[in-house]
Ligand binder design. Sequence first.
Ligand SMILES: [Zn+2]
Length: 170
Amino acid sequence: MATPPTTYATSGLRVLHDSTLGRYVITERTIVPGETIAIWRGVEISTREALQLPPEQRHQLLQVGADRFLYTESDHLCEVDFINHSCDPNCGFTDAYTLVSLRSISPGESITFDYAMSDTNSFIEFSCMCGAPTCRGRLTGNDWQIPELQIRYAGWFAPHAEELIRTRHP
Ligand SMILES: [Zn+2]
């Protein structure tokens, strides 16, 4: 039986833990702009299946399509599965599975993306404590509709979010 492809994570990442933020990821080396940080692989499930998962596992999902989520079993999780949301992110998507750096990232800095770039579902909602001056405070699966974000992240949304923006907010 063929082994399913595994998630790619760039070198020099480290998962840390904070009592408030939970697990998060930093780089231990300088990352240059445009570097591939992650290419996620896993089992794809539907929204209906996602809703059957316990909340903590649901939080771990990456939305990869209008009705598709990437699910990784807990013993197969790697560094990039703990990349946090930030309202002032340093990474963005080039396709639904690939995360690249938007700017240079210094050693010790957190690796982040804005969940608005990929989450368009009804079940993601949490208080944000990213600490960015632009922090939205509360995060929902409707944040892709915010005009300011559509401009700021133009070209860096996952394709299913890009598609929604194009068709619903021309
Ligand atoms: Zn925030």
